[in-house]
Every structure is written in C-alpha cells, then in structure tokens.
Design a protein around this ligand. Sequence first.
Ligand code: ZN
Length: 223
Amino acid sequence: MRAFRISDPDHIKDEIDHLTSVFKNIGYKEWSITKAIRRAQDRALSEHPPGDKKENQGRVYLPFIQGVTDKIAKILRKKNIHTQFTTCGTVRQMMRSVKDHIDRQQLKGVYKIDCSCGKSYIGETGRSLKIRIKEHAADIKNERSRTSALAEHSSKTNHHVCLEDAKVIAREDNYQKRKIREAIEIIKCPQNLNRDNGSEISGNWLPMINQINPRTLEAQDQK
Ligand SMILES: [Zn+2]
C-alpha cells in the first residue's frame, strides 16, 4: 500500500474509517490498512511532535485513482489535510500488487514470519500460507503459549509479530522435501523463534547448509 501521512489526530477517525473502507473495496486486507495507518501516524508524530506548529497541517500521500482518491482528497481538504498525489502508482500497478499479494497468500511451502525485535519464525504448510497465518493469528490472540512458540514470544514480550508480512520463502508441495527444507531454513536462521529444529538434520550437514547460496535455492523454487 502506498504510504500516507496523517497528522490531525483530533479529526482523523472518520477519514481513517472512510479510507479503510475504500481500500477494502479495492482488495486490500484490513490488517495491511491498519498497519499503513499506524505507520503513517507514527511518522507524523515523529516529524511533528506535539507542540510543533505544523502539527495540525496534515498531509496525505496517495496514488491518483480517478473516482477514488480524488474524492478522498476532497473530504480531507475540508479537514485541512492536504493530499499529495503520487505518480508512481497507476491503477494497473496497484491492482497488480493486490493480485500478487493474494497470489502469494495461496502458496504453500516453507514460510518465514518476522518479529519486530528482528527474530523470525520458520514454519511449513501444505495448505496455503493464508490459512496457516490465520491459525498463527488465533494462537497469538488467544495466548496459546503452551502450544505456540509465536504466541509465547508475543505474550511474553509484547513485540509485534509481523503476520501481515509473512512470506513463503520456498515453495514445496512434497511433504518430506518441505520438512527438510524447513529444517534447513531454521538452521540458516540462528535468530529463530522456533522451539525445535523441525526435522532432525545431522549437525554434520551444517557446514554444507551454511554454504548454500540462498539464490541457488530461489532459482530452484522458480522451476
Ligand atoms: Zn520479538
């Protein structure tokens, strides 16, 4: 999603609700919208801390989409928020990125979820990433620390587990191969949140695994 910047906290809730519904209508997921808004607000706060004269001069960056963002701009102008149209996102590009996102969510294989602290969780799924992420989200929400390493980490630390950025790092349909690849990725990611190393891989393999060029693996995945 194109970043947009908002710094009019007193009057912004209606606009945020409106923007959220607009972006939902064109295919964005609610969590990605919430995240973009949160980032925009953080950035606005850091650029114009409370007390700053410019604090109430909001500015929003949006791609120009006729009939959508021009209408949003009109609403925002009434609230003294200036819209800066960006030129880099055409409707087609925007729709393609939505489609790419949806397509990537359908992949199965070995996936990686990053945490705000820089650690990562490696997992594998034979269903879609989308379904698996929903399960992780439920585990975190319900603080199922006993059965979920991610839930445990999240509830212990209050870090933000970036489920919205989860991605399949290796596509693999075959269960055995997927388990092995998962184990390799866990070993290759020393800062992992996993409780175990997936399939047992002999420590003798370690020097070789560490030498594997990630690009080589990616090239295999494209086949
Ligand atoms: Zn963390």
